[in-house]
Design a protein around this ligand. Structure first.
Ligand code: S3P
Length: 446
């Protein structure tokens, strides 16, 4: 799974971006489409699946546990499910590559099946905290042996021995994490009775939507203060589905910001998922003065979708409401690039979670932006950025991608608005979520 070819790339001041593009399928929805199809009784079909390394790691693991997963020449994926409770013992370690989502969601699945699985991953993934899923899954009865990480964390490689029947749990999320929520719900699928997740801060709700779509008995009750109670009845029988995966707003984000920043740009991005639990960046950029028009709003695969027309705009710095963070958690690296060219100061807070993504995205973005001439201060839980007021950055530095696709793409966009080129030491990680990022960009440069 891990591609060992290093791909250094140089990004230089760009001509206006013009034209129309379609971005690849949503990563979060693609993982869930494969997983739930693999647990249904019968054959599901998925179009628009993201064919990035992260999603392919999920596909390979689900095959190793018995599901039939095939890609037709048309690009459609056909999945023969094993039924909830029907997962088989994998013969080898499950290689999760760079993918935290694959790891945490599949740990949830294994936790309530009578199988034992070993999870391994690349250097970035092997440094990320897994205690957040180990805690609830252990309470459900799984036996998990993890490796010790930095500062007392528990990390990959780890081995998990599932328990069937598992013990139903009511679990209050200690951090805003859709991965932890989904791990508990997926474990709950093969657990007798009701499994409940209590979510004080709403996070992406693709698991809930798709579980309901597959026919699981799942209810969501929201308290007056916004706390959500998600209850799932276990030992569910999932019915096969036909799923169209919408385009990934987290991938669209790089082209939205590039079009806003490069003078003369006018780009339409087709079929962008705009689930409210994901659409925070569009809201923030619009309130900074970004000209982003939503066209042809519609529903695809149970998710709100629109085409976005984005034109170059002068942005103004703002204080980003930390309550919006979960709805744009993966978009902060590229927002920081937008802020670096805005007029005035942008202040972000409440972003501790960024320190445990594919890299420590606060420190890596702060150091990289400083290296190319931006004025940035790093705090414990955010960045404060003084924008140039539309002037290009200095550029002229090599940036380490830290095996983090979103760091690579953010600095690629920064290079497009820098006087001297920005070199990225290795763009290979981009293939985890956005394999055709570079050709799409070249196609818009006229
Ligand atoms: C994801 C949830 C988020 C996000 C990740 C994908 C998911 O992680 O950063 O890219 O598909 O559930 P957390 O749940 O850790 O916030």
């Amino acid at each position: 799974m891990t591609d060992l070819t290093i791909k250094p790339r140089r990004f230089s001041a760009s001509s206006p971006l013009q034209g129309r593009i379609a971005i690849p399928g949503d990563k979060s929805i693609s993982h869930r489409a494969l997983i739930l199809s693999a647990l249904a009784v019968g054959t599901s079909r998925v179009t628009g699946l993201l064919e990035g390394h992260d999603v392919l790691a999920t596909a390979t693991a689900m095959r190793a546990m018995g599901a039939g997963i095939e890609r037709l020449e048309s690009g459609e994926w056909v999945i023969d499910g094993v039924g909830v409770g029907g997962l088989l013992q994998p013969r080898e370690a499950l290689d999760m590559g760079n993918s935290g989502t694959s790891t945490r969601l599949l740990m949830g699945l294994v936790a309530s099946h009578p199988i034992t699985a070993t999870f391994i991953g690349d250097a970035s993934l092997s440094g990320r905290p897994m205690g957040r899923v180990i805690d609830p899954l252990s309470q459900m009865g799984a036996d998990i042996t993890a490796s010790p990480g930095a500062n007392g964390t528990k990390t990959l490689p780890l081995m998990i021995r599932g328990l069937a029947p598992a013990i139903p749990l009511s679990y209050r999320l200690p951090m805003a994490s859709a991965q932890v929520k989904s791990a508990v719900l997926l474990a709950g699928l093969n657990t007798p009775g009701i499994t409940e997740v209590i979510e004080p801060v709403p996070t992406r709700d693709h698991s809930e939507r798709m579980l309901q779509g597959f026919g699981a008995e799942l209810s969501v009750e929201t308290e007056a203060d916004g706390t959500r109670h998600i209850r799932l009845r276990g030992e569910a029988e999932l019915k096969p589905q036909i799923i169209a995966v919408p385009g990934d707003p987290s991938s669209a984000a790089f082209f939205i910001v590039a079009a806003l920043l490069i003078p003369g740009s006018d780009v339409t991005i087709a079929n962008v998922g705009l689930n409210p639990t994901r659409a925070g960046l569009v809201e923030v950029l619009q309130s900074m003065g970004g000209d982003i028009e939503l066209l042809d709003a519609r529903t695809v695969g149970g998710e709100p979708v629109a085409d976005l027309r984005v034109r170059h705009s002068m942005l103004e710095g703002i204080a980003v409401d930390p309550a919006l963070a979960p709805s744009m958690i993966d978009e902060f690296p590229i927002l920081f690039v937008a802020a670096a060219l805005a007029e005035g100061r942008t202040v972000t807070t409440g972003l501790d979670e960024l320190r445990v993504k594919e890299s420590d995205r606060l420190s890596v973005m702060a150091a990289g932006l400083q290296a190319i001439g931006a004025r940035v201060e790093e705090s414990a839980d955010g960045l404060v950025i003084e924008g140039t007021g539309g002037d290009p950055l200095t550029g002229g530095a090599t940036i380490g991608g830290h095996l983090d696709h979103r760091i690579c793409m953010s600095f690629a966009v920064a290079g497009l608005v820098s006087t001297a080129p920005v070199e990225i030491d290795d763009m290979a990680p981009v293939a985890t979520s956005f394999p055709n990022f570079e050709p799409l960009l070249e196609g818009l440069q006229r």
